[in-house]
Design a protein around this ligand. Structure first.
Ligand code: TYD
Length: 210
């Protein structure tokens, strides 16, 4: 495919939302057309699934239901938005993707990893990001950031131990996929995080011969 697929991952409160805007301007500065999106969501159908999943009233939702809903949203998002944009030659930047499910539903909620790997492949028809930036940070500090933000969704309300499993899960995935992942310390001052992101992106583009 002609385009480039970048994902931004990390625990809640790691600063993805702030940094994705910067990531976008970086690629635009380099002359690319950028499509910025997020999971769960990115298309009208996937956005409706998002509200189902994150509604704090849905306490009865089982881990398996949650996993399948994330997968359903991802299938629609990938087919309707991500793949067509990549075919047009765009840079697609997604706030979360397949790795979030492996970590939140797999490592943190304890669902079998192999099933989730298989479902990810099924949902995306094997679309894997070209580069994944992981914003990392100590779980207690990130939880404090989320608390300061106010309005917590269903997943933000999980305890510290859940978020520690999330952090460890992301770091393990990064270790297992060193070619695709770059880990960035999300607790540094915003300027330093930007600088680290820029370094990763420039190195990535250089390797691709751009
Ligand atoms: P997000 O919108 O990134 O939340 P925030 O902006 O608060 O970081 O993601 C919403 C929540 O969904 C977040 O807690 C992570 C969770 N999530 C999963 O558990 N599995 C998934 O596959 C995805 C994409 C997200």
């Amino acid at each position: 495919m002609a385009g480039i697929f970048i994902t931004l991952e990390g625990p809640d409160g790691s600063g993805k939302t702030t940094q994705i805007a910067y990531l976008r301007t970086l690629f635009e500065r380099e002359g690319f057309t950028v499509v910025q999106t997020r999971e769960p969501g990115g298309t009208p159908i996937a956005d409706r699934i998002r509200s189902l999943i994150l509604d704090p009233a849905h306490r009865e939702m089982t881990a398996r239901t949650e996993a399948l809903l994330y997968m359903a949203a991802r299938a629609q998002h990938t087919a309707e938005l991500i793949r067509p944009a990549l075919h047009r030659g765009a840079v697609v930047i997604s706030d979360r993707y397949t790795d979030s499910t492996l970590v939140y539903q797999g490592v943190a909620r304890g669902l079998p990893q192999e099933a989730l790997v298989w479902l990810n492949r099924f949902a995306t028809e094997d679309l894997v990001p070209d580069l994944t930036l992981l914003l990392d940070g100590e779980s207690g500090n990130l939880a404090q950031r989320v608390a300061d933000r106010g309005n917590r969704d269903r997943l933000d309300s999980e305890g510290l131990e859940f978020h520690q499993r999330v952090r460890a899960g992301f770091l393990r995935l990064a270790e297992q996929n060193p070619g695709r992942f770059r880990v960035i310390d999300g607790e540094q001052p915003v300027e330093n995080v930007r600088w680290a992101i820029e370094k990763c992106v420039m190195e990535f583009l250089r390797k691709r011969g751009r």
